[in-house]
Design a protein around this ligand. Structure first.
Ligand code: NAD
Ligand code: IPM
Ligand code: MN
Length: 355
């Protein structure tokens, strides 16, 4: 049936401001394209919940979420009241692991009419995907602290990479590249300095590449790769990276297209053994929260990715056309893109452009 159960988790800060715009556009798309959305809003996975309960989520959060077709997420974190590692390991990072969302898929695209901070770049020059490993790597709880509070204090945190976990995200990246015109994979590495895990990562890339003769590939060390994002973004088609490197690249890429406020992501479980989660790349932005000025496009583009995942490709494409129409209008853009609109005006304009 074309009725989709969606778990809605707005989170903190601007997450609560951009979520209603994402929902507005989803509902408009549903009515225009003949499907329906059954929303279940959750009040946990936010720092208000922590203030009341001393933890980010109830013990039975999995049962409360149930088995939705997807999770639509805003942003979490309010460092003034809850340390970031507590709020994030108590919510978003648990979802990614518990639901085995091993791909974090993050598009980077310069939209027509949007002022680009890289001089002389046109839409089409910046159009690639970051495929970020999302369940292991540098984000690990293996390690510890010794001699705390003494001058001999030692902290150790291991990077954990498994063949299973690495190969499956590499496979996803090569499969994605095979569907694209340029058919090219770039691997983010650091095998000159990180001498155990990263040479091994390079080997796994070479092994995987053998299965995809139609796809070309190359690699850059992460330091020069960040420079190439700025200097030659037109080189990239699909960029595959470990958890931490992918995190960094997926803020840098969108910044090169004008703002991180438009960037979406899919935390995807490609095997569909559990729900996937769709959210903007950005965080809760405490510096602008409460003002109603946040860019809602990251949330709205995430809705489009979610619909694509659910099989509603026409509605997803229509949302992207509406986003492009609105972003080309300075009067309808938000302040991060030197526009004059507030969050709601921008969101309403996109919903209206759908019709
Ligand atoms: P951030 O993404 O929240 O903000 C970085 C900068 O970008 C800020 O100046 C902010 O105002 C601006 N910005 C972000 N989104 C915007 C939007 N939609 N429109 C206009 N401007 C926007 O990153 P941060 O400051 O490092 O983190 C703030 C909090 O969010 C922390 O608690 C952090 O842990 C958390 N965080 C959560 C997520 C997530 O839930 N996925 C992602 C990143 C950061
Ligand atoms: C992101 C965020 C998270 C990450 C943080 C908030 C833990 O930066 O989704 O990119 O590092 O994955
Ligand atoms: Mn990030």
């Amino acid at each position: 049936s074309r009725n989709y159960a969606i778990s809605v988790i707005p989170g903190d800060g601007i997450g609560k401001e951009v979520m209603p715009e994402g929902i507005r556009v989803l509902e408009r798309a549903a009515s225009l394209y003949g499907f329906s959305i059954d929303q279940k809003w959750q009040d946990f996975a936010c720092c208000d919940y922590y203030a009341k309960h001393g933890q980010m989520m109830p013990d039975d959060w999995k049962a409360q979420i149930g088995k939705p077709d997807a999770i639509f997420f805003g942003a979490v974190g309010w460092p003034d009241t809850v340390p970031d590692h507590i709020s994030l390991w108590g919510s978003l990072l648990q979802f990614r692991r518990e639901y085995d969302q091993y791909v974090n898929l993050r598009p980077v695209r310069l939209m027509p009419g949007v002022p680009c901070p890289l001089v002389g770049r046109e839409p089409g020059d910046i159009d690639f995907w970051v495929v970020r490993e999302n369940t292991e790597g540098e984000y690990s709880s293996v390690g510890g602290k010794m001699f705390p509070g003494t001058d001999r204090e030692i902290v150790i945190q291991e990077t954990v990479m498994t063949r299973h976990g690495t190969d499956r995200v590499l496979r996803y990246a090569f499969e994605l590249a095979a569907t694209r015109d340029r058919k090219h994979v770039t691997s983010a590495t650091k095998s000159n300095g990180i001498a155990i895990t990263m040479p091994w990562w390079d080997e796994r890339v070479e092994e995987m590449a053998k299965h995809y003769p139609s796809v070309t590939h190359d690699k850059y060390h992460i330091d020069i790769l960040t420079a190439q994002f700025v200097l030659n973004p037109d080189r990239f088609d699909v960029v595959v990276a470990s958890n931490l490197f992918g995190d960094i690249l997926s803020d840098l890429g969108p910044a090169c297209t004008g703002t991180i406020g438009v960037a979406p992501s899919g935390n995807i479980n490609p095997d569909r053994t559990a729900p996937s989660l769709f959210e903007p790349v950005h965080g809760s932005a405490p510096d602008i929260a409460g003002k109603g000025v946040a860019n809602p496009v990251g949330q709205i583009w995430s809705a489009a990715m979610m619909l694509e995942h659910l099989g509603e490709a026409d509605a997803a494409a229509a949302i992207m056309r509406a986003v492009e129409t609105v972003l080309a209008e300075p009067g309808l853009r938000t302040g991060d893109l030197k526009g004059k609109a507030n969050t709601e005006q921008c969101g309403r304009a996109i919903a209206d452009a759908l019709a």
